[in-house]
Ligand binder design. Sequence first.
Ligand code: 26V
Length: 822
Amino acid sequence: MYNPRFEKDVFKRDVRNNVKTLFRKEVEEATPQQLFQAVSYAVKEAIIDDWLATQKQYEKDDPKTVYYMSMEFLLGRALGNNLINMTAYKEVKEALEEMGIDLNVIEDQEPDPALGNGGLGRLAACFLDSLATLGYASYGCGIRYRYGMFKQKIRDGYQVEAPDNWLKDGNPFELRRPEYAKEVRFGGNIRVEYDETGKTHFVQENYESVMAIPYDYPIVGYGNHIVNTLRIWDAEAIVDFQLDSFDRGDYHKAVEQENLAKNIVEVLYPNDNHIAGKELRLKQQYFFVSASIQAAITKFKKKHGDISKLPEKVTFQMNDTHPTVAVAELMRILLDEENLGWNEAWDITTKCCAYTNHTIMAEALEKWPIDLFSRLLPRIYQIIQEIDRRFVEQVRAQYPGNEEKVKKMAILMDGQVKMAHLAIVAGYSVNGVAKLHTEILKNQELKDFYQMMPEKFNNKTNGITQRRFLMHANPLLADWVTEKLGTKEWITDLSKMSGLKEWLDDEEALKEFMTIKFKNKERLAAYIKEHNGVEVDPRSIFDVQVKRLHEYKRQLLNILHVMYLYNQIKDHPEMSFYPKTYVFGAKASAGYIRAKEIIKLINSVADVINNDRSINGKLKVVFIEDYRVSNAELIFAAADISEQISTASKEASGTGNMKFMMNGAPTLGTMDGANVEIVDEVGIDNAFIFGLSADEVINYEQNGGYNPYDIYNNDPDIRRVVDQLVDGTYANGDKEMYRDLYNSLLNNQGGARADMYFILKDFRSYADAQARAMEAYKDTDKWAKMALKNTACCGKFSADRTIQEYVDDIWHLDHVVINEDE
Ligand code: 26V
């Protein structure tokens, strides 16, 4: 693993030189941000050698390559992670210390790249880490948004969004590659031409176009000298703003193309699980998909003459339906540019494209109005029409006289293009992201497709990278694990964690384990003090729910339960109660009003409870502002309890649940998503499970729901907290502030059933699970064992395992080794 650039003297000299050339300063005069830049460029230099060597090796071996197509990559900071994967973190930390520089402070200068919303984008980032670490050739393909996920400020308890100008100081790790630019065309019309052989040609005219300019990011594998590439595309206008544009009367067009380019990559859509059907979003999709597929084909053709061999060398994985136009774009290139016939093109396409589904929430299923779609992508639309025509023919052949099937399964129906249907019809693999989720896809949401093409369906339970979420997030625990296992193998083989089970009965080891947890709680308490001005006691139970704000994730259930506990403490000051700190972190989509009300409620409850001296600090509530990858790392390491309380059947997998588990926090949750598999691994006694099952929820839903008044009228504790939403307790006497939340729990509203997410229905069972967790925590030894058991059983949830399954079952990639001697 030797890299001469990380020899202390060499590295120190590089940093000094960088400070000079970049900023004309001495190290002693440089600001922390300038030092971050200088250090990052020094690290980049070390990476570049491996990056070059990797690409050379790929050139030589010609391995099959996966193109992971995703609108989102929630990368998190690169510096620390790159150092870890280069196995140079400790050396660099020491080298910097010798220069009087604290690496932690430097790391904190890096903007946290947030080109994603939540789970789906973070999963993509974990997958790239695992692909490089396992030695597989891959490209991440996405968009270089000028503005990532908004910064969240909390003002007077309300969420306020601020732009995330993450590129303002430049980005040391990226590489602009204008020589690989591709043109992407929108709109216009298709003229049909016949050549002398009688062959048809489709010519797009009167279109607008933009230049897609790739920026490459190194994705460093752990300790193997492999550096893969994340390629994200920027847009530039093609027509320069030239004077002759005026002359030709093209002035207007020139301005339009400038604007088109600027708008396309301007900002990440900050809502997940809800489509707004905005034209700009479809433009973003086609923009990065077209550029990426063109680039992949160009690369393939440089080495191979026979395009029909494409499936042997290339596979496109579509991260949700967002990049599904890839199917039609590939068809377009094969038909119109490679001049293949339909059947041949279709054969190739359906061997190259695979689709991952990440949600069953109906609001998130992408459907585009046909008029919008066909106007923006006229040729792509023609191709989809033909795909649909042939598919519908097939459905009719298989189910004669069953027009219901056609209605349910067609790609084009009711004036819409249904992207999931297109992805399933054209994909050779359709996968869900946890066992339960895949079963629900097969038996409910995608039942018709499963019946028609069962061989396509498979499960790939999500995973996370232990390099970031244990090594980087929790260095104390990482070192302890290495010491106890007597090996570092867990870093690339997480199943090795099971070796920790040997320490489950070792009092000394358990004590060390809990001491580490305590130190991480102190670290988080300091962060909370600094950012919230609230003192929390690291001896209290840290009960944590951090994730996007969605009704189905039920942050409302959590805070209602906090209100209930507060009532209990006030009514029975003498009752036995282990001090608790409830930690929340969540961003709400800017337009998701109810989600924002829930954030306000959490902050109001926090205000009242944290300032009530009479409860002697037994209960604290903290809302962490701007939850993001960088502070998530502190939070997971410090959690005692992991709240995973979605309405069963709604959370496809969850990945936060795995991050908590890895860091020794038992799950308090429903039998939903990957929680089910966490319980399988750790044992039901080492989790706190409550609530309706997925089957029960689905059953209620199919029978019109349930009546929340049955609960409200019969359970005075529940009635009291629900009423507190509208009696002004948490709104300075304002009875209207939370009226909408109150109504959502009790009354049908238009299309929405009362308490759609079964909050009141699950409340008692949740409160019971909370009480069981508190009882368990009081028994220190038992708790330590339970917490360690979670860490010891997390092996399955490495993204390395997930990626190996994708490789074995879907991608069939070749393993690549970089020979260090060459
Ligand atoms: C959907 C949409 C809809 C259109 C507007 C923009 C937008 C952006 C993102 C999404 C994705 C929603 C699906 C999603 O994030 N699913 C999550 O995927 C995680 C990784 O598989 C999984 O752990 C979570 O349970 C699941 O909610």
